[in-house]
Design a protein around this ligand. Structure first.
Ligand SMILES: Cc1cc2nc3c(=O)[nH]c(=O)nc-3n(C[C@H](O)[C@H](O)[C@H](O)COP(=O)(O)OP(=O)(O)OC[C@H]3O[C@@H](n4cnc5c(N)ncnc54)[C@H](O)[C@@H]3O)c2cc1C
Length: 497
């Protein structure tokens, strides 16, 4: 492990028996895991390079149980890591050796489908895909669609503000949320938003969305559901270079067309995906773009033509249009399976997630190729091109000494490059532990101090998911008294958490 985590607090660990005694009448015995074999499946999330068992796992089933666990942990000084499906790629649900894991998998019910208000009320452990499944017979769906949608939970999506291939047109999780119920560390339950379209007061739902489990535990989510478009068709477009493919993306958006999805893969990713699921991808191209257009049939036909013309003008060498729903899904199957497909090229891979202005795409991809040479590691690129959201997959072998360190250094260089060209450290996977120590490349000390103050307002003792997101977490009392000036990083005189 190369990332530093706070040293486990042995005194807090010794208080586990007290915690279990306090929760005896609250949680059924079956919902508490403390034996090492039972803890094993929880020792990592999808950032599998990092592993350690938590102190205990609690599986609450009611809001009252969540509140009781949080208040007991706060009183005893024990940390809490919320967990949904455990698919975080940034180590957001990575367990702490001196903290309990609050696994929300038993909150798995769709509570209400309200077509008149075009929304669904669900518990946080419901998977992303299950929401669309619950409303599809009514002709509706939930738009944000992470590739992990079969396994990730809506609670995790809220905490990471997750995206997916259809977020270019329909927005990220934050744009599709109407309401939240959240339990705070002191056990209080707050309800934010609701079925109505806007709420008075500060946008606390916006603050909670993307807060990576550091501010509260989500116990209910109201999402917007949309009528399924009458037609959806996809184009599979091959390009002789990533530059020409990037050019076509920028020109399509500049022409005023917002496709439902606009994805790209480079040569290594195309070959891996094709070998994995025979999606029918051309193998003689350097870049492949999948563009989906949806809406009424006449509009879709017109847009298909316009996008094809732009692609041809940019040098596209092959264009295929889906002519059936099966064919459209086959086009997407390769893209959706790209991560596991790339996993077959190498024993391990790190999936990076940075976002850049679209017009810098070609330049950044050239930079990534250069960095691949510098670090001596292969890379395959899959990206939500329309959003400028890159997912370079760095291939490495954890069994070879030093390769994980090199892979991480390569990843950090890619993210620095994204920030240098005016982009951001994360498009959708969150900061977690993975990008925590790079936060200073994007935010100065004043930005970070204000973000920490927000954390302090919700969780003054830093019990919820500490060690994630913030490179340094200061004691709230000192931070409150401090006047932060530029040039102070990393606040050397203050006691660190
Ligand atoms: C193969 C693969 C493909 C992926 N593709 C995408 C993609 O296309 N787009 C995308 O955005 N992401 C993608 N991801 C990343 C991941 O699936 C998302 O970040 C997802 O939202 C995590 O959800 P989860 O339920 O697994 O959360 P977890 O991993 O369990 O937790 C993630 C974070 O949410 C917090 N959390 C979980 N539940 C709660 C709750 N109830 N209350 C408060 N905090 C909570 C945790 O503390 C943690 O910080 C992918 C991951 C994999 C492995």
């Amino acid at each position: 492990m190369t990332l530093a985590m706070p040293k486990p607090d042995a005194e807090a660990m010794a208080r586990l028996p007290d915690l279990l005694t306090r929760l005896k009448g609250v949680l059924p015995a079956d919902n508490v895991i403390v034996d090492p074999r039972g803890l094993k499946p929880y020792e990592c999330d999808a950032l599998t390079a990092y592993r350690q068992p938590p102190l205990a796992v609690f599986l609450p089933e009611t809001v009252a149980q969540v509140a009781a666990i949080l208040t007991a942990c706060d009183a005893l000084g024990i940390k809490v890591v919320p967990r949904g499906g455990g698919t975080s790629l940034s180590g957001g649900s990575f367990p702490l050796a001196d903290g309990v894991l609050l696994a929300m998998g038993k909150f798995n019910r769709v509570l209400e489908v309200d077509i008149e208000n075009r929304c669904a009320r669900v518990q946080p452990g419901v998977t992303n895909l299950a929401i669309s499944k619950a409303v599809e017979h009514l002709g509706f769906y939930y738009a944000p669609d992470p590739s992990s949608q079969i396994a990730c939970s809506i609670g995790g999506n809220v905490a990471e503000n997750s995206g997916g291939v259809h977020c270019l047109k329909y927005g990220l999780t934050t744009n599709n949320l109407l309401g939240l119920e959240v339990v705070l560390i002191d056990g209080s339950v707050i309800r934010l938003g609701g079925k109505h379209l806007d709420a008075a007061g500060y946008d606390l739902m916006g603050v909670l969305t993307g807060s990576e489990g550091l501010l509260g535990v989500v116990t209910e989510v109201t999402v917007r559901i949309l009528p399924k478009p009458s037609t959806a068709r996809a184009l599979l477009i091959g390009f002789p270079s990533v530059e020409s493919a990037g050019d076509a993306v920028a020109k399509t958006i500049a022409a005023g067309i917002i496709p439902a999805g606009m994805e790209m893969m480079d040569r290594p990713a195309i070959h891996a995906a094709e070998a994995f699921c025979n999606a029918g991808y051309p193998l003689d191209v350097e870049a492949l773009s999948i563009v989906e257009l949806d809406g009424p049939p006449a509009e879709v036909d017109d847009l298909m033509q316009r996008v094809s013309e732009i692609a041809r003008d940019c040098g596209a060498v092959s264009i295929r249009a889906s002519n059936s729903e099966d064919e459209r899904l086959a086009f997407w199957a390769g893209r959706k399976a790209a991560f596991p497909a790339v996993g077959r090229l190498s024993p391990d891979y790190l999936c990076m997630d940075g976002t850049i202005p679209r017009h810098r795409l070609a330049e950044v991809l050239t930079g990534i190729t250069r960095l691949s040479g510098k670090h001596g590691l292969r890379v395959a690129n899959v990206f939500h091109a329309g959003d400028g959201n890159l997912h370079p997959l760095i291939l490495y072998d954890a069994n070879l000494p030093g390769e994980l360190d090199r892979a991480e250094a390569f990843g950090a260089d890619i993210l620095r490059l994204c920030v240098e060209v005016g982009g951001v450290l994360t498009g959708e996977h969150g900061v977690g532990i993975e990008k925590r120590d790079l936060m200073g490349t994007m935010f100065d000390e004043i930005d970070l101090a204000h973000q920490e103050r927000l954390k302090c307002a919700f969780d003054p003792n830093h019990r919820l998911n500490p060690g994630k997101v913030f490179p340094v977490l200061h004691r709230c009392a000192e931070l409150g008294r401090m006047h932060v000036h530029r040039g102070q990083l990393p606040f050397p005189d203050l006691p660190r958490f």
